[in-house]
Ligand binder design. Sequence first.
Ligand code: SME
Length: 159
Amino acid sequence: MTDYKTMAAQIRALAEEERDCVPLLANAAAVIFGGMDEINWAGFYLTDGEDLLLGPFQGKPACIRIKKGKGVCGSAVMRGSVLRVDDVHAFPGHIACDEASRSELVAPMISGGRIVGVLDIDSPFEGRFDESDEAGAALLAETIAREADFSRLAPAPRD
Ligand code: SME
């Protein structure tokens, strides 16, 4: 079984050293990718206006921009809660980045009352994720949203 509590504790420990979202999310992707079996991609898409923009991840190169409401990631943003897809081929609008992906788990990250991005985890196995993974991904997304400093992503102040 995946030990989500230990991964969350590792991410909190990393945040004690540096909260900037780039290094923290990069290390969080490494913690998650290394801490889970039977997955082929783990990482982040970050809110950029009406889009989601690719952030730090582990796995094969992925699509860079996703419109809100599109794909599993954009649908999870519209929904505002964890979205688990047992068979991505049966999900209308699924965006295939790594053609090996068969199931997917996306958890929105909410900070300051807004969705700052999503945690996205892909597996090459159909039905890889269950309810405990949904709760685990939600825990990781909450932890990262609380610990990371996303201020570098905010628009520059006007003069
Ligand atoms: N499958 C996602 C796109 C991102 S990749 O899985 C890394 C989606 O449908 O939103």
